[in-house]
Design a protein around this ligand. Structure first.
Ligand SMILES: NC(=O)c1ccc[n+]([C@@H]2O[C@H](COP(=O)([O-])OP(=O)(O)OC[C@H]3O[C@@H](n4cnc5c(N)ncnc54)[C@H](OP(=O)(O)O)[C@@H]3O)[C@@H](O)[C@H]2O)c1
Length: 252
């Protein structure tokens, strides 16, 4: 199946490692022209070279903290001056950690700023150009809606789900879709180092909680992103899809 992505412009946040990095490689292989955004420039440069060496379009790399006050406008301006427009926006930068009941205000603010506010701001910064072109794809990488305990990122991701649903109803008339993908346990830096460290612990967790019996790989996310980015996914919007090997327990 031709995903018809060749030559289209996509911006992916959080591309220095993990799901974002793999997604960039997958979309580059489909012929997309990419913008890579994260804070660690040296990792973005490595990825930029790696993609270019495959014969794909050389991506634009923007080293930026997406939570910085004017980051959304600065990123938008750089993208529009390089490409003139954007077709696909992938809001992937994010992260989570459990917090205690008496966590300081800062912990909540930080999680909301990264996992919700930055996503909303960047999307709204690019909406006018998508509306003008009467086409666009917005894909949010979110997270579980089944909290195992207190974690400010879960609340922020839930805010993304509600905001995206509302927005889908406003922008559908311009052929712009917005969808969210919720990873379960995908092997990445934060999973391996922080959330599920240790092979034995991960094997036990997978046996106990993941019907397919193993942790996912970033590719498992990247393929779903590629489909949602495609014109072929034109009739899917306002959706939330878990990519979790069956870990999510509720039925709708
Ligand atoms: N892996 C999973 O199983 C899992 C589960 C649930 C949800 N998720 C969600 O999936 C997304 C990707 O996760 P991942 O596992 O691939 O995470 P990861 O390996 O920790 O990568 C996170 C990416 O986000 C970037 N980032 C973090 N803070 C940033 C900031 N302030 N400004 C710009 N970039 C920033 C990081 O780059 P720099 O550090 O270079 O800035 C990095 O490229 C996240 O939204 C995460 O919450 C993942």
């Amino acid at each position: 199946m031709d995903l018809e992505l060749d030559g289209r412009v996509a911006l992916i946040t959080g591309t220095s490692i993990g799901i974002g990095r793999e997604t960039a490689k997958t979309l580059a292989a489909e012929g997309m022209r990419l913008v890579l955004v994260a804070r660690r420039l040296e990792l973005l440069r490595e990825l930029q070279n790696e993609i270019f060496r495959t014969g794909a379009h050389e991506p634009l790399a923007i080293a930026k903290d997406v939570t910085a006050p004017n980051a959304h406008f600065e990123i938008r301006d750089q993208v529009l001056s390089a490409f003139g427009h954007i077709d696909v926006l992938i809001n992937n930068a994010g992260g989570s950690r459990p917090i205690p009941v008496d966590a300081p205000e800062d912990a909540w603010e930080e999680a909301m700023a990264l996992n919700f506010t930055a996503v909303r701001r960047l999307t709204h910064a690019f909406l006018p150009t998508m509306i003008e072109r009467r086409w666009g794809r917005i894909i949010n990488i979110t997270g579980t809606s089944e909290p195992r305990g207190l974690n400010a990122a879960y609340s922020a991701k839930a805010a993304v789900h509600a905001w995206a649903k509302g927005l889908s109803r406003e922008i559908g008339k311009y052929a712009i879709t917005i969808n969210s993908l919720a990873p379960g346990r995908i092997m990445s830096e934060q999973i391996v180092n922080r959330i599920n460290p240790g092979d034995e612990h991960r094997e036990q967790f997978a046996r106990d909680f993941i019907p397919l019996g193993y942790f996912g790989e970033p590719k498992d996310m990247a393929y779903a992103v590629a489909f949602l980015a495609s014109p072929k996914a034109r009739y899917i919007t306002g959706e939330l899809l878990a990519i979790d090997g069956g870990m999510r327990r509720f039925a709708f």
